[in-house]
Design a protein around this ligand. Structure first.
Ligand SMILES: [Zn+2]
Ligand SMILES: [Zn+2]
Ligand SMILES: [Zn+2]
Length: 143
């Protein structure tokens, strides 16, 4: 059986990134979180193992390379979630709807709902498209 760490190492290699312990740890924490995660929360989960600047650089690199995508939550905070395998450098293919929990403010990816293609009117350039639904998440409903 292939270990999770080996999977993450392959993910890095597939995106032409050097495998480092810090990168592997960030991937493991984000993948295990079950929702999109912000940098402050990541810092708490990872502890002192990775300093803030390194973490910031890793997140930026992962977003650029198509490993993570950024989602803005109800507080306006940037959160990071794992991309689908279809994403490559500078070309994200996971334009899906996000679920915002109004109670815990976590953001969840809803991979089965793909955003529509929007044709901008003449002279307009679209840079990003956001569509989210708000409600109460499973964890909060079970409390
Ligand atoms: Zn992506
Ligand atoms: Zn919630
Ligand atoms: Zn997402």
């Amino acid at each position: 059986m292939v270990s999770t760490e080996e999977n993450f190492a392959n993910l890095l290699r597939n995106h032409h990134l050097k495998v480092t312990n810090a990168r592997l740890e960030v991937l493991a924490v984000i993948a295990g979180y079950g929702a999109a995660v912000s940098q402050p929360v990541l810092e708490k989960l990872i502890g002192t193992g990775i300093d803030r600047v390194t973490l910031y650089r890793i997140l930026n690199t992962f977003e650029e390379k198509g490993i993570l995508h950024k989602v803005i939550d109800l507080n306006g905070t940037a959160n990071y979630a794992m991309c689908s395998t279809a994403c490559t450098e500078h070309q994200h293919h996971d334009e899906h709807i996000h679920f915002n929990c109004t109670n815990c403010h976590k953001v969840y990816c809803m991979h089965s709902y793909i955003l529509p293609n929007v044709d901008a009117p003449e002279g307009f350039n679209i840079q990003s498209l956001n569509l989210s639904v708000n409600g109460i998440c499973k964890n909060c409903n079970n409390e």
